[in-house]
Ligand binder design. Structure first.
Ligand code: PLP
Length: 416
């Protein structure tokens, strides 16, 4: 990966054929440290949010040893790069081959399930192993989430008690998990889900060793400023105290977005302008999937290799490179009025579900990665929030130092 101080340095240095992912490993390390120091339990990185090797390596170097994997390729990726990792296979529907290979070839012992048929698959493919950690995924409300994930996975209130009881009979350790939905804007959603889980555990009448509160921790985007992450941790800690679980039960979380969102921006080149229509070399089949499909807003700014940009702005519509008309972003987006072919549009806060979503449709989808060391627009971690989507990053040297706030890991007992 080539290294540059800022994305603009790169744009001035050479043509950006793009798209180019600008990686900020130091920002990922800050987020990683925050979770490790504040969350009173194990932090499993949800690999699906961004499986780029530099992300995995940065997290591992920063001390992350636990990973939430959802497929055999993700198992293989972590296995190949992180020798001391503990992997949890958290997709509720796994192929038999994936279960068998994860267990026998890669030492995965933690599996999620949300129905009896999946439990039977896990038991059969692991040879009725006696060392399994089985995690029952529960269906919970996604009302606090910007991107709800409800409706596809999770044992219902009616199903869960029997399933928890059945899994207990086969588990060396038993957990429950849920997902409150992505970009959860309400810390209280975690409490509500944990209280629901507690009721279901009580109805099952068995002991539970692990409570896994899943992902959903937010990042910050234009128009989506969540409460401080400390509020989420506090809500979870208090709810955990109130749950009907063993006194020495473990608490886990599986953040994806919150860990990696700030750490990447993506550069796209303007290929053509027709009136107010801007045709770019990245779009809904590339790193900008969520702009189109989830109507997500990302901060944007424009770079020009030579010359100044007009201070005047005008409204534009954006189009991605493929031939599909879905590949369009009507906006309108306020961009410099003199925007022209060759200018580069940078989309910030795209570390989560950005490069990870890119397809090869129409022959596009090659994303180069470079490292940069400027500050992202917005941060939940160590500087006051800059509200404007067009605002410049903080000047070098103005970053407020990360404050160390070590919390008690009061109930965490390492048994593995
Ligand atoms: C099981 C599971 N865990 C964790 C995550 C990460 O969620 P987020 O990126 O919202 O933190 C996901 C995302 O889909 C998931 O399905």
């Amino acid at each position: 990966m080539s290294e540059h101080q800022t994305p603009l340095d790169l744009v001035r240095l050479r043509p950006v054929d793009g798209p180019v992912a600008c990686a900020r490993p130091d920002r990922l390390a800050v987020a990683s440290r925050w979770f490790q120091e504040h969350f009173p339990g194990e932090v499993l990185y949800a690999v699906k949010a961004n499986p780029s090797p530099w992300v995995i390596d940065t997290l591992y170097a920063a001390g992350h040893r636990w990973f939430d994997v959802a497929s055999l390729p993700e198992v293989e990726l972590i296995s190949s790069r992180c020798p001391e990792a503990t992997m949890a296979f958290m997709h509720p529907v796994k192929s038999r081959r994936a279960i068998a290979s994860a267990y026998h070839d890669h030492g995965v012992k933690i599996f999620v399930l949300d129905c009896e048929a999946e439990l039977q698959k896990i038991l059969q493919e692991t040879g009725y192993a006696r060392d399994l950690t089985l995690v029952v995924r529960l269906a919970v409300s996604n009302d606090g989430a910007t991107l709800p994930l409800a409706g596809k996975f999770g044992a219902t209130e009616a199903e869960a008690p029997d399933l928890i009881r059945l899994a207990r009979a086969h588990a060396f350790e038993l957990g429950v998990s849920f997902h409150v939905g992505s970009q959860c804007m309400a810390p209280s959603a975690y409490r509500a889900a944990m209280m629901e889980a507690s009721r279901l555990i009580a109805r099952a009448g068995v002991t539970v060793d692990i409570v896994d509160v899943g992902g959903g921790f937010p990042s910050i985007y234009p128009g989506l400023t969540p409460p401080p992450l400390e509020d989420y941790v506090k809500a979870i800690e208090h709810a955990f105290e109130d749950m009907m679980v063993l006194e020495n039960a473990d608490l886990w979380c599986e953040p994806g977005r919150a860990l990696v969102a700030e750490a990447v921006s993506v550069l796209t080149r303007v290929e053509l302008i027709k009136g107010d229509a801007v045709y770019m070399n990245d779009g809904s089949y590339g790193c900008l999937f969520d702009i189109v499909h989830a109507r997500w807003s990302y901060p944007m700014r424009v770079h020009r290799a030579n010359g100044e940009l007009s201070p005047q702005t005008a409204p534009f519509k954006l189009y991605g490179p493929t031939c599909d008309s879905i590949d369009s972003m009507p906006g309108p987006y306020e961009l410099p009025a003199d925007l022209k072919e060759g200018d580069v549009i940078e989309f910030g806060m795209l570390g989560a579900y950005g490069t990870a979503m890119a397809t090869r449709f129409n022959g596009f989808g090659d994303v180069e990665t470079v490292t940069v060391s400027d500050y992202p627009w917005l941060s939940l971690y160590d500087q006051p929030v800059l509200a404007s989507p067009q605002s410049e990053p903080a000047a070098e040297g103005s970053v407020v130092p990360f404050t160390r706030l070590r919390r008690r890991r009061q109930r965490l007992i390492k048994r593995r």
